[in-house]
Structure formats: structure tokens, C-alpha cells
Design a protein around this ligand. Sequence first.
Ligand SMILES: Nc1ncnc2c1ncn2[C@@H]1O[C@H](COP(=O)(O)OP(=O)(O)OP(=O)(O)O)[C@@H](O)[C@H]1O
Length: 625
Amino acid sequence: MGKLNAMSVEMACFPVLLNNGSLHSCQILRLRVMHTRCSTKCESLSCSLSSSSYGSHSFPLCLKAQSRSLCVRSAINEKGNKKNHLGNKETSFLRKGFKLRLQPRLRLLSSRLKRTSVRSMLNNLGTYLRKNMKKVTLSTTVSIVLGLCYLFLKLTTMPTPKVVPYSDLITSIQSGSVMKVLFEEGSRRIYYNTESFGVENTQSSELSTVGRIDDDENLVESDTVRSTVKNNRITSSNVLLKLTKPKASKPEWQYSTRKIDHDESYLLGLMRERGITYSSSPQSALMSMRSVLITIISLWIPLTPLMWLLYRQLSAANSPAKKRRPSNQLVNFEDVEGVDTAKVELMEIVLCLQGSINYNKLGAKLPRGVLLVGPPGTGKTLLARAVAGEAGVPFFTVSASEFVEMFVGRGAARIRDLFNVARKNAPSIIFIDELDAVGGKRGRSFNDERDQTLNQLLTEMDGFESDVNVIVIAATNRPEALDPALCRPGRFSRKVFVGEPDEGGRRKILAVHLRGIPLEEDTSVMCNLIASLTQGFVGADLANVVNEAALLAARRGGECVAREDIMEAIERAKFGINDNRQISPSNLTKEIGKIFPWMPTFKPRFDPRTDGSSSSSLGGYQTLS
Ligand SMILES: Nc1ncnc2c1ncn2[C@@H]1O[C@H](COP(=O)(O)OP(=O)(O)OP(=O)(O)O)[C@@H](O)[C@H]1O
């Protein structure tokens, strides 16, 4: 079929079962059209093709528009010659369908191949190899070793004798058919040959040079081998082939069996009686190596993943002691606002560490631990980082969940490591985030590992010598879940509550976060505005509002952040992203209640009636003295 209005038309035929039960062939016309034309033209294509190309046939059309191609299915009533017609058209349809599907794919592949140059591929490979040098070396070594092992096993493969029951050996000896018997030293194996094998094996035993057992009678000199080869008109290439392919040769021993305990005397007596040649020999070195290798491989294959797991667990690389805070992330007290009381408490510790306050003079001791308590996002971690930045001493930060280990005793070992390193670098600070992960009350579960880790932490905090300046700062959202031993004086004796900021605090926090942001209006005006609209917001929320506002300004292509962006960002933070701007907190509660019916009540966090100053009691937090 030729072209039809700049569209390539293809035709194929497939069988159709009509209502009256007769089988007809159906022709498919596949019209490849451009995607844009497809939608407009497919509906208008309701023509009959009878006049154009199929003479007297009528074409009820069935249009099927797809994304790139349009199929016009036309059922043709063909009364005569339909059967032979059918087979040919079916195969041509399949071929064309395959071609149609394959061609675009091939075109896509070739275009992709054209785009990727060999040089860039080599560069990528080089970078990958450089980055993963260790892994690549290890995997290459393992592959080479395994490959060599495989080659060795393959080359030293021996034709094995047939394994038979011990009674068969006795019967054969009694019937007088056994020619030769060999006892393998160090194992229970007995090898033997019968008369029939002796005849068959005469030639092959002469050719075989790779012998498992050093049997003097079977040691054939290479000259003899050559002469036999000549006699038998076997070419030298054949000999080589046979020598290098031990698999092809016959086994040296026809049968093998396992010795029965305490029956040796009977067996030996029987053999002596019948005049059978018997001897004993150690296992050949090659076979011993083979068996050792097989044992090692079969042992190590299941053991390797286990060893890897153990290595990962025990590896010092994962030790929290190594996790030092990089110096380029320095934070100081100016970056933390709205938590003045906590700041004062921690500043005092910094001054003591730096030696600015001589607490020793009055017989005072530096607190060993400071526990920062408060709702999420109030700046506990930030405060700890500020302490490190201000004190200028080594700072070790870990999350308590890093001490939660699979193997009992491993978490405790990590704690020990951490404190050892901190002591070596004294004066130093250890910061443990989310302390409740390991500091929960003991004896509540059967988790021995967690209890051991906590015990180790308690011991380490007790064990500080008074002159070693190592301070442990920990943060938690759930002080009530902590083990009482952890909070007793001498350990986390100083508890600092980091609460939600009041309006003044929010203003200061906003000033910190708006430092680098270009604003349309004056910063202080904006700070006042946002602070008044964000009752109950903590530092993390305010940082998020500022970031959202900047993102919204960037989205609309603005040069600086406008008041509208800030307002929308606050709305988003309060009520989430919603198309319906009219949604109120109460509506939101109802909607969420519908989605999560199992929730008892959903209280919006930012209830306008709640004052920021009194919100410290939210979520059960009590100010600690
Ligand atoms: N008081 C604050 N001053 C300035 N920024 C703050 C303050 N509090 C929180 N932020 C901002 O919020 C982010 C998160 O704070 P941070 O991780 O310290 O909270 P947190 O109390 O430790 O939370 P969590 O208990 O969930 O660990 C900080 O990186 C900072 O940008």
C-alpha cells in the first residue's frame, strides 16, 4: 500500500469470527500519522475505502486512535480463496507489527548511542574506579581467586571409580574376579579392579600419566608411553589431548567402597587365601589439595556474609568516637535566640571550660552533664553546637540511637570508645542527641543490650576524674522516660529547659533567620509582623516560614521577599498546603478526623486562643527547676 495523504499506511490481515459463525479475514490498515494530527483527523475518518483500493469490497471502519498511530480496522467479506489468503496475511501482519514496534525502539537506541561518546564513557568509568578503588580491588581479587580455584578444580578433575557396597567386594573376592586391591591411608576407602577392567584398561592405564595413587606397577615411563602410542598408531596430538584431558581417560580404579570396622582381618585373610595383590598408599598430594580447597570454599561461601556483617558491626570506622563535628559548621551563641535562660546556663559552662571562671577556688566542681529538655525544634541541638563553637574545644556529637546495636555489648563498647577519645582530647564536650533512645528506664523490656549500654553510660559518667574536663551535654524531648539514675546529681545534674519562645524571642529568632534574606520592607517591621502572627511557633517553625517565603518569592520570580510571601508561608505552616484558602483550623480538624478516624481528637497546634507564653505546658512539658 502506498502513501495516503502524507500518512504511511500499512495493511495486514487476521482472522475474524463473525456472528453467523463463519471465519473471515480482517484487514488492518495502520496509518502512521503525526501525533498532532491524530486527534483531529481520527474522528473525521469515516470514509469507505471500497472505491479506492479494494474494488467491490466494502469497509466498515473501526477507528482506534492511539498516541502516535491510528489503526483503521476494516472487515472484508471474502467469500472465496480465504483460507490460503489467511495464512500469508497473518504472518505478514505479525512481521509488520513486529517491524513497527521494533523500528522506533532501534531508532531511539541509536540516537542514545550517538549522544554518548566513548570518551565520556571512559571518563565516567575512570572516575568510578578512582572513587571505588578499594571495592574494585577487593572484588577483582576475590574474582581472580575464585577463578583460579575453579580452574584448578577443573584441571584436576579425576574420573571417579564406581562406588559399590562393601558386600560386593567380598562377593567379588570370593568369586575370584578381583585382581588388585588398594587401601587408602588415612581414610576408609578401598579401591579394587576386577578381571574385566584389567583387560579393558590395559591401554588407557599406559597412557594415563596423572595417577592418583602411586602404584609402582602403574608407573609407566614416558618412553614406554611413546612406544605404545606408536604401536597403536596414535598421533602425538592425541596423546597430548589425552594427557591434558584426564576426564576423558578411564578411572584408574574400577570400584571403590568403604571399609567396615573390625572386618580388616577377615578381608585380608580372604585376599591372602585367593592370592590377590593388595597394597596401601597415601592419598595423592593433588587429591589432598583438592579436598582441602573444596572444604575451604564450601565453608567460606556461607560464612562470608556473616563475617561481613560482623565486620560492619565491630568495625571501628562506625565508632561514634570518630564523629567529630567539622570546623566549618561553627555556630555561636549569636545564632541562638529566644532561649535566654538556657544560653546563660550553658555560657557559664563554656567560661568554666575556658578557665575564665575559677570555680576551683571555692571548691566547686564543674557539672559533668547538662541535660537539655524541651519540645522538638526549640534549638537544643543548636545550643549544643553553639557551646562547642564558643568553647573552642573538641566536640563529639552522636545520636543515642547509634549506640543501639544488634550484638549485646557492642553499644557499651561504643560508649567506652567515645569517652576514651573524649578523655584523651580533654577539655572536650560530648553531645548525645535524643538521649531517651538509650537512657530509658531499665528493666522495662527484655532488651539486655540497651540496659548494658545505659549501664556503661552511667559508669563512664561516674568515672570521670575530677580534673578531667569532659562535659556531656544531652538533649531529649521525653525527660519523663529517662532512668532516674541518669538524672541524679553527679551525672546530668544540670537540667536546662529549652521552651517555646515568646513574642520577643520569636522576633529575635526571626532576625537571625532573616539575616541573609532580601526583604521588600524593613527587617524589624517584618520581624514584628511575623512574630505577632506566629504564636506557638518554635525556632524550627520560624526558620521554615522564612525559607518557605523565600521559595515562594523565587517561584513568582521576585527579586526580594514580599509581605505576601511571608503571609502565605505562615498560612502554609499553620494549615498546610491547600487549594481552599478559606479553610479554617476547625474545618481542618474535621477533615483530618475523617481521614484518621482512629485519632481521639485532633487539636491544632496553633490555637489562636493559646498564648505563646503559657504554651510551655503543651504536650506535658513542665519547666524544670
Ligand atoms: N532558638 C533558636 N534560634 C535560632 N534558630 C533556631 C532556634 N531553635 C531552632 N532553630 C532552628 O531550627 C533548627 C532545628 O533546631 P534544633 O535541631 O536545634 O532543634 P531541637 O530542639 O534539637 O529539636 P529535636 O528535639 O527535634 O532534636 C535549627 O537548625 C535552627 O535553624
